[in-house]
Design a protein around this ligand. Sequence first.
Ligand SMILES: Cc1cc2nc3c(=O)[nH]c(=O)nc-3n(C[C@H](O)[C@H](O)[C@H](O)COP(=O)(O)OP(=O)(O)OC[C@H]3O[C@@H](n4cnc5c(N)ncnc54)[C@H](O)[C@@H]3O)c2cc1C
Length: 520
Amino acid sequence: MTLEMHPQRWGDPVHAEPLPESVRGLVDAFVGTRDTPAVDDVQLPAPGIGDGLVAALRVAIGDDAVLTDDASRRLRTRGKSTPDLLRARNGDLADAPDAVVRPGSPEDVAAVLAWAVEHHVAVVPFGGGTCVTGGLAARRDGYAGLISLDLIRLDRLLSVDKVSMTAVLQPGMRGPAAEAALAEHGLTLGHFPQSFEFASIGGFAATRSSGQSSAGFGRFDDMVVGLRVATPIGELVAGSSPANAAGPDVREMVLGSEGTLGVITEVTVRVRPVAAEKVYEAWSFPTFADGAEAMRALAQSGRLPTVLRLSDETETMVNLASQSDIGGDGVTGCVMILGHEGASVAAKRAEVTGVLESLGGTNLGEERGQAWAAGRFHAPYLRDSMLDAGVLVETLETATFWSNRERLHQAVKSALETSLGEGTLVLCHISHTYETGCSLYFTVAAKQAEDPLPQWLAAKAAASDAMIDSGATITHHHAVGTDHKPWLEREIGPVGVAMLRGLKSAVDPDGVLNPGVLIP
Ligand SMILES: Cc1cc2nc3c(=O)[nH]c(=O)nc-3n(C[C@H](O)[C@H](O)[C@H](O)COP(=O)(O)OP(=O)(O)OC[C@H]3O[C@@H](n4cnc5c(N)ncnc54)[C@H](O)[C@@H]3O)c2cc1C
C-alpha cells in the first residue's frame, strides 16, 4: 500500500471499489445517476513564496527536506472531505502549499518554526492528510508564504515500557505501521478509525480522533499519556505521570489543537496486549430506539464490548442490500454490530448476550459481524464511485446525552432532508457509546445539483445549526478545522473562545501555526 493518496480520491487507486449492483439499484431508485468526469491534470497556482526564503530553509534543514515540485504540492493540498474532493475534481487547488517540508527530527521542526517566525510564513502541520474539516486549508493572506510541514519522516517507534504498558511513537507513523511495530512486542494501540490506513499518530492526537474499537480501547485522547511539542516559543514536554493535579492539564490543551498551538513531535501512548481472541457478531432490534436502549444498558452496566455500533432503519436497509450475498433474508429492524476482543472473550460475551436478549435483541450470528470487520476500511472508496455516478455523498457526526438522542437524530435528519430535497437518503448509526450518551454518525446521499459544492455547504450548515440548536456538539471526533469553526463559539461560549485565543497568542504570538484553523 502506498502512503500517498490520489489528489482527487480516497486512498490507493489500486483498491478502488466499483459501486456494487445491489447498491447501484438503491441509489438509482432514490437519486438517479449522472456521470461526473474526473479531472486528471489539475494545474497548481504558482508558488507564492520567494526563492530566497526557500533557500534559507534548505540551509536550515537540508536540501532534500524541502520539496517544491507540483506532485508533492498537489498531494498536500487540503484533506479528504467531500468538499475537498469536489474542489479538486473541479480543478481548484488554490490552497496548495508553496512548498512541502519534511523534517527528519524534532530539532528540524524547531528550526522550521524559527524560520517561519523570522520570515512570517504560515505553517500547516501535515500527518496523513485525511482531515475532513478543512484543518489543512490555512489562511495565507498577510503571510510571506505557506508551507506544508509533512511529518512523514518522523516514523519510528522510539521505545516501549512493558512494565508501565506505554510506548513512545513518532507522529508521522501511519496506523498500520504503528500497529505492526507494536505487534513485534506483542502489543496493540487498538485505535482503528475508518481512516486508519492513511492517518497518522500525530494527526490522531491533534484531532482527538475516535476509532471503531473505542468502546473497548477508548478514544485516542484517552490513550495519550505524554506529548513532546515544538512551539514557536520553545518545546513543551507534557505528561510526567499517569495522572496529576498539577493545575489544568497542558497535555489536554495540545490534544485537539489541530496544529494551531504547536507541532506534536512525539506521542507517549498506553498500550494493551494483542488480543488472542476476536469475535464479531451481529444482532437485530425491532427499532433504533430499542437498540439504543440496549447500548445504554451495556454502557451503564460496565459491559461494553470492544466494538459496538447500531444502524438505524435506513442504514440497515442499505447495508442489507450491500450484503445480499449473506443469507438470512428475513432480517428486520435495526442491525447492531459487536466485536469482542481480549485474552478470552467467552465470559464477557455471555454477559453481553444476556443483556441484549433481555432487551429484545435477536442474535444474527457471526457472519454479518465478520463481514463488517473485513470491509471496515473499504467504504471511503465507495464514496468516490458514488461521486463518479453523480451522487452527492458525505458523512457528518455529533454526540449528545442519552436523554437527547432521539431529538438530535430527528433534527439533523430533517435539516438534511429539507435542505437536499426529495429523494435524499439519510443514514445514521450510533458509532460510539458512553455511560452518559452516544455519538450519531450520519451518511447522506442525494442527487448532485449542477454545482454540488454550494448544495452540500448549505445542507452541512443546516445540519450544523440543528446540532447546536439541539444542544449537541458540532463534532464528536472529526475536529473543528475551518469547516466547523463558525459553530464553535455557540458550543463553547465567548469565555471558551477567549481561553483558546489566550493560549494561541501565548505560544504562537506571530500566528504562524495553521492560521485560520480552529480558533474563532
Ligand atoms: C474516509 C475517512 C474516514 C475517517 N474516519 C474517521 C474515524 O473513524 N474516526 C476519526 O476520528 N476520524 C476519522 N476521519 C477523520 C481523520 O481521519 C482524523 O481526523 C485523523 O485523526 C486525521 O489524522 P491525519 O494524520 O490524517 O491528520 P491530517 O489530516 O494530516 O491533519 C489533521 C489536523 O491535525 C493537524 N496535525 C496533523 N499532524 C500534526 C502534528 N504532528 N502536530 C500538530 N498538528 C498536526 C493538521 O494541521 C490538521 O489541522 C476520517 C476521515 C476520512 C477521510
